[in-house]
Design a protein. Sequence first.
Length: 397
Amino acid sequence: MADKNRLTNLRSTLVQYNQWQTKAVIPTMLTGCAERWRSYMKQRDEFNRLFQKMENSNAGYPLGYMTNYYFRNFEHPTTAFYDGLYEFDKQNYHLLTEQEMLDLEQKFKVDEIAAEVKRSIQEIRDHVNEVVATNAPIRRLKGMEGFYRELVAIRDDPWYYSEDLVSKMQPKGAYRCPEVHAALGLKMPFHSELYVKLEPMYETFDILKTKLKRLKNVLDSISSDLAFSEFPKGTSEEPTINMQGASEDVKVLTHPPEAFIAHGGESPARRKLVNFLNALGITPIIVEEQPSEGRSKDKNVEHYLKQCDCAIILATKGDVDGRTGEFIPRGNILNEIGRAQEILPDRMIYLLEEETKFPTNIDEKVWERFTQESMDKAFIKIAKELRAFGLIKAVKG
């Protein structure tokens, strides 16, 4: 009986955690990554078109190695652009200057993409590590070992595109003469150098997206198959589960949970927050959209705070602090924080926009950063806190 109870508890906890991941956390991460990567992936097509034109432009260079000379009009067919070995047709061909090459790197945001790749890998790898650790107990359940191996594979498979593109850019066949090229001072042309930098980063975005989708599919399968899992015979040690931010007790409500939103006005971040809460089954309460029934502004805020199950502080960039010159949230947000701390002291979630600071009396609180473009980390924090408050739970399939 004890083993049966332990197994039931293990199944229930893991199903709730994994369904929370597949229904809220991972979709939010996929959406957030897509928003952050959209401009880079859009420019990928533009770069590939330019790359092909430049590739065609200097394809006729002697010895099979390309240079930074390019046909002046990429739209015209390539013709031989040398008259003898060293005399170029400067009327029709143009040598890129160092500034032009730097401008191309800036145009295609090489440094910016590199920083985003590093950030995204770290963020998704940390999350995968947490999920693998949380699901470690399934290793000891019959029939579940394969799912755990798949989770480990997602964690351990390469995170960065590593194909040798440099070799692909070198001359082929009889024209492959590295020593001759070096003696002549020839090197890989700039458009090829740029390709070797950019293409692995574009491919890495695809790798990261695939890892998140694989993770979601595996967790869905784990949730479905846990009902048929059993402890091996002779099991006596109870598995432990690493549940960060999970709640064992779920509050029973007679109405959908309501979340009071303190905000600085209409913004993309507020719209995303409202949509996210609705998707979780939480009713967002924005005071300006509710009837006041003759109450003053302060009394109206207090009235709806008392009706709500939690408060979310969406601290967007507002006023400039006269003493420090830094941005702080608008005054109405600070006032509503004070009221919420009196009414819902243990049920508050603090979100702070980038380049904004809370006043010193609020700074000690635990908060999560967000931008108007990306709310993914904030959404993960919200989901964890709402679970800890007992306001959301995994939907039983």
